[in-house]
Design a protein around this ligand. Sequence first.
Ligand code: ZN
Length: 267
Amino acid sequence: MAIYDPSKRPEAAYDSHTHLNETEFSEDVPAYWARAREYRIMEMNVVGYNHVGNAQAIEIAHELEGVHAIVGFQPEDVNEVNEAEMAILRDQLNDDTVVGLGEMGLDYHWEDNPAPEVQKAAFAAQLDLARETHLPVTVHARDAFDDVYDMLKAHHVEEFGGVMHSFTGDAKEVQRFLDLGMYIGFSGMVTFKKSEDIKAALQVVPLDRILVETDAPFLAPTPMRGKMNEPMFTHYTLENMAEQLGMTYNEIAKITTDNAHRLWLDK
Ligand SMILES: [Zn+2]
């Protein structure tokens, strides 16, 4: 029996990381937003990754209720980062819709990504800006947990907070990021049969640090795996997490929404 039934007006949920600013959605952003709201995904963070994506995140957040913007430079786009771009980013933080910085981090998985030293310099500049402005960071880490951990610690992330988005480590790996005060974002990957490590991590994260995300259009959860992801699919991931944690849909929806509010909105 499904835990989730939209006709019963389930608890409001919050997709903490989605990319309605990606071209896959550009034909009809309001329609994807409306579908999500039909399923009671009432809030979402549209996350930027380069100067075009950042401007679009802000524009979408202005147009649609319950949408917040996060702006920053992801590892693959850090060649864009220079003084002029950092000045634009700094300016964007004054916009009311902007609730955090990101996505930012280190990704050593792709060979054609900028060199590690270039990635680190851009990550450091954004962490400095977060510390100065006291905004939480959305962190992308792939094949780079040691360096990401060292940099978050060196930049005193516990002072401004943040989330390890679409976390892919195991129960042991997650501990040191929790010790830094980080929240942990679970994407559709936590629903995949073979994601034993991520499932184990979910079991050890304190309930007041868990977030849910789609990372749409990527990583659609079971049973939509392989399809284009969208914010509405947050409900599948929540339903699956609820089962893994022995809770109801409404309980985990409320927990993850409250956590998102505490991290990004309650200032
Ligand atoms: Zn993302």
